[in-house]
Write a protein that binds this ligand. Sequence first.
Ligand code: TTP
Ligand code: MG
Length: 478
Amino acid sequence: MRATASVLHLDLDAFFASVEQRDKPSLRGKPVVVGGVGARGVVATASYEARAFGVRSAMAGGEARRRAPYAAFLSSRFAAYQQSSRIVMALLREYSPRVEALSLDEAFVDLAAGDVDCSSVEGLQVLAERLRAQVVERTEGLTASVGIGSSKFMAKVASELGKPDGLHVVRPGTEVATIAPLPVRAIPGVGPVSEEKLHRLGIHTVADVQRASLTELTRELGASWAAGLHGFAFARDDRPVESERETKSISVEDTFETDLVDRGELETILDRDAEVVVARLRRHGFFARTVTIKVRFADFTTHTRSRSFIGGTDSVERVARAGRDLLAGLDLREGVRLLGIGVSGFVGAAQEELFEVESDDSGVVTSSVTGSAADGSGGDGQADERSVDQHRGGPFGRRRDRGFMPGVEVEHDELGRGWVWGTGLGRVTVRFETRLTPHGPVRSFLDDDPQLTRAVDLLPMAWEPPEPADESPAPPAE
Ligand code: TTP
Ligand code: MG
């Protein structure tokens, strides 16, 4: 923890849904759900208007529809979210060179590493309000919540307290009191499993952790985790802000209580870890060129094996398959103590041709392909951001190639640009409006109408970030 409040955390409000409302004027102020479109889709996020009906991230689409039947359910448009994310990240880099992006819509900024005077809280408030106003201006309407504090933990807690569309500064000296009433889930690293364990110990809030004895925590959680948890409860956090370019790899590893020799079992673990790794990769909006596995044997010798692709991938299937292939090259009979899988060699996801290269995998990655083909709506929570591009010229029937999923942008030869409002029974309904127009009219077409096509490019933003080099990590030197 630092003496001044020099760590800033920014998190865009209802990010995907806000981009949709910005780009679709008739949806502003209305309940909007992104994801959950297909039969088995999952909600990626919901606008605050939809949250009022109880719709939440990760909720099944069917449940979300029951709660908010009149909401607009849209498939995600990854390229549009990425365009706005890049604008925000570039803006943050104007404040400090040390910006750590946690996902497309969330980042830490080390103000002390920039040219910022952090000595006065009032001064920081002025700076943060200016930053928030610039976010609205440069993204043409998105809002951000900002938190400032003396560590990453404090800054994150602060932005949560500021949400939505607000600012909160945790004054140095008030950290421990600020976090005391929060649920244990607010502590970094406390997920559902640790939360459950702590609840069983009667520990529900950070104040409960403060009161618990370290001995008791150690008994239940192990020494290192107990010490970390206890430290966080007293606001001890000196984790550095690491700029995006320093994020060179994402990996997960498991150490086993007894050495494993069964290849099938190890492959299953590898598959599961590949899913975790790829989920994190996608949250960063990256594609990876290299897959690495790490195997430590019973005698503690450690082996790593890598494989690289020509283009980047964010396919669970490809990463897992590469991992299995690499594992196949190792003799496991001695027994495996530790198994890890990681991805590196990140490239930005905005390269269209990558989707074409990837299209072989879409049947596996886009889990709702069969489920949603019948209703023609396509898309599925986490995966539909990809299917937008993969369906074009991909391995699907001609109809699906048109990719008219709810929410996607289309162009009509005479009526101009709009977005797909709904599909079904061989028809497509389009609302003709964009970010730059007032509410537009609605028209229906046969879904093979030659005058109607998917819009290829995004509408440019008035302010585009300086190109490019430093917006996604460079591929590793060969
Ligand atoms: P969050 O910042 O967690 O959520 P949010 O921006 O939608 O809402 P809030 O105002 O509470 O910050 O996530 C950012 C985006 O990441 C979100 O808009 C959609 C996407 N996302 C997923 O795709 N899957 C998920 O499980 C979550 C939590 C988010
Ligand atoms: Mg957010």
